[in-house]
Design a protein around this ligand. Structure first.
Ligand SMILES: *Cc1c(COP(=O)(O)O)cnc(C)c1O
Length: 350
């Protein structure tokens, strides 16, 4: 039977109100890609997979939560939705809102959103407002606006976002026909790690699958959950996780702890190096998306994790096309040669 999106596939497992009216772009159903060479590079002896969430309709996992949040908002009679975003939430909200015929207003930190994300928001037709402040400050504004006005908040404070995002855990268990031993993923506002844990726990109860250890990874310059306090001026190349005051921070720490895992930080160098290693496997992800795998490599190297015999999944949250500048800024302009067979032969085959 043709795939028709997450709500059709998993709505029976999601805590959504009866008024919910499905708005879908057939999100989810993303591949779980084995990366044995990458596992070898980390010492080998274990199974390693990438859950490639960049293959969702707007290029990030945010579509999982957004199909649920927008479907609920539409069913409730909302006419407009609002969010603050480092880019991917905005693009996803814009796409699902326009699909539903709703107005979308997004607040982004001025000059801080990657080109591919901003382009998406504009292409889908949302109203974009740059604010002179950080993501955390923009989030505080949209929370206040949504409390005073009929604007549905679609940040991950919205519980339906997490309901939708649980489906990634379901898919991993369904594909592997078991839970993995460990799940590694980037942590920004901390909604995703919280949702995965809810999903794995639910499958544990319903399907008797095991519970994985969670390894949440923040960027070193934006690691409030590692530092134990908010970071006033978070700084990292991984813009999707440049967040100093995670809305779901407590929940994320609890999830990691309950799972027997933890939340660590990886440096920008480690994140970018892993972005390169993933790309050489044919999987191009935006910098933030490489953080989970970067943290895993770091923990194995430090001897904090012994992966032998384990089955590990790293979530790659968003597509590389979202942030082309990070690549093009570092690269040399490709060489130019005349359209001459001899010249080309000499250059290519010597
Ligand atoms: C939103 C996002 C994250 C962080 O997810 P949280 O739920 O905020 O922790 C990581 N990577 C990408 C690509 C994202 O868009």
């Amino acid at each position: 039977m043709a795939y028709k999106g997450l709500l059709e596939r998993y709505a029976h497992l999601l805590d959504l109100p009866a008024h919910t009216r499905a708005v879908t772009l057939h999100e989810g159903n993303t591949p779980l890609i084995p990366v044995p060479r990458l596992a070898e590079g980390m010492g080998g002896g274990f199974e390693l997979y990438v859950k490639f969430e960049g293959l969702n309709p707007t290029g990030s996992f945010k579509d999982r939560g957004m199909t649920a949040a927008i479907s609920e908002a539409l069913g409730r009679g909302s006419k407009a939705v609002i969010c603050a975003s480092t880019g991917n939430t905005a693009a996803s909200a814009a796409a699902y809102a326009t699909r539903a015929g709703l107005r979308a207003v997004v607040l982004i930190p001025q000059g801080e959103v990657a080109a591919g994300k901003l382009a998406g928001v504009v292409a889908y037709g949302a109203e974009v407002i740059q604010v002179q402040g950080s993501f955390d400050e923009a989030l505080s504004m949209v929370v206040q606006l949504s409390e005073k006005h009929p604007l549905a908040l679609v940040n991950s404070l919205n519980p339906y976002r997490l309901e939708g995002q649980k489906t990634a855990a379901f898919e991993i268990c369904d594909t592997l026909e078991a839970a993995p031993d460990m799940l590694c993923l980037p942590v920004g506002n901390a909604g995703n790690i919280s949702a995965y844990w809810m999903g794995f726990k639910q499958y544990h109860q319903k399907q008797n699958t095991d519970l994985p250890k969670l390894l949440g990874v923040q960027a070193a310059g934006a690691a409030p959950l590692v530092a134990g306090h908010p970071i006033e001026q978070p700084e990292t190349v991984a813009t999707a996780i440049r967040i100093g005051k995670p809305a779901r921070g407590e929940q994320a720490l609890e999830a990691a702890q309950e799972s027997g895992g933890r939340i660590i930080a990886a440096s920008d160098e480690e994140i970018l190096a892993m972005q390169g290693r993933l790309a050489s496997e044919g999987i191009w992800v935006e910098p933030a998306s490489a953080a989970g795998m970067a943290g895993l490599a770091k923990e194995i190297q430090a001897g904090n994790i012994d992966p032998k015999g384990q089955r590990i999944v790293a979530v790659c949250t968003g597509h590389g096309l979202k942030d082309p500048d990070i690549i093009t800024q570092q690269m040399e302009t490709p060489e130019v040669l005349p359209l001459d067979l001899g010249v080309l032969e000499k250059r290519i085959v010597g």
